[in-house]
Design a protein around this ligand. Structure first.
Ligand SMILES: Nc1nc2c(ncn2[C@@H]2O[C@H](COP(=O)(O)OP(=O)(O)OP(=O)(O)O)[C@@H](O)[C@H]2O)c(=O)[nH]1
Length: 229
């Protein structure tokens, strides 16, 4: 049995700019209209794998920390304005020794979620270095979102929310604090990315642009333990 799916790829135009192209193809046991690649980046132990597992399975990976080796991925299909949007999410290893492996994948990503841990100052300080790498290796029009993870750990917090907000403003990227443990803002982060990518791909010339910052602000307070309500 085969079901129809449409995948969205990013092609280079003659003048070098990126252009999204819809492609139809068939797949077994999976239906979607558009597909995008999203990468999770950030220092080791900031919670990339946990955020992904929270989004994909609605569970928290507590207990012993097992570092990701190289790169791993999971798919999730979400509904955006009556379209099935497949996010193929690449979970990268934060450890320095895997950096050359992960660089090779940056180019294919249409969106990057860049995480730090609000209880770990160096992971926040390293965000500028991550952004430099992103500008070196990723597509020019890649969607970037900054996430301050582990927001449930209020007693251990060392990075203020406003520091995250200010850094995000400086780079012109959307920002929110998340918790893979409680689920706060995790679904919202991926949904905002899915909406932005879907709008970029399907937008008509006279249609207003999707405002990701406004969308996040309007939804932030509605997002509870189990995702968007
Ligand atoms: N309290 C709390 N702990 C978290 C949260 N997210 C992750 N953790 C814990 O932080 C540790 C690291 O989480 P991972 O998701 O494995 O970190 P990672 O960024 O994928 O690490 P690498 O694979 O080395 O890049 C684990 O012990 C998790 O249980 C969170 O939101 N809150």
């Amino acid at each position: 049995m085969s079901t129809r799916k449409t995948s969205l790829t990013d092609k280079q135009t003659k003048n070098g700019t990126s252009k999204y192209v819809l492609e139809r193809c068939a797949s077994i046991n999976e239906y979607y209209d558009i597909s995008f690649k999203v990468m999770l980046l950030g220092d080791s132990a900031v919670g990339k794998t946990c955020v992904l597992v929270r989004f994909k399975d609605g569970a928290f990976l507590g207990g012993n920390f097992i570092a990701t080796v190289g790169i791993d991925f999971r798919n999730k299909v979400v509904d955006v304005d009556n379209l099935k949007v497949k996010l193929q999410i690449w979970d990268t290893a934060g450890q320095e020794r895997f950096r050359s492996v992960t660089h090779a994948y940056y180019r294919d990503a249409q969106a990057l979620l860049l995480l730090y841990d609000i209880t770990n100052k160096p992971s926040f300080d390293n965000i500028r270095a991550w952004l430099t790498e992103i500008h070196e290796y990723a597509q020019k029009d890649v969607v970037i979102m900054l996430l301050g993870n582990k927001s449930d750990m209020t007693a251990e917090r060392v990075v203020k929310t406003e520091d995250g907000e200010n850094l995000a403003k400086e780079y012109g990227v959307p920002f929110m604090e998340t918790s893979a443990k409680t689920g706060v803002n995790v679904e919202l982060a991926f949904l905002a990315i899915a909406k932005e990518l879907k709008h970029r791909a399907t937008q008509q010339p006279n249609e207003p642009k999707f405002q990701i910052h406004d969308y996040i602000e309007s939804q932030k307070h509605k997002s509870g333990c189990c995702g968007l309500m």
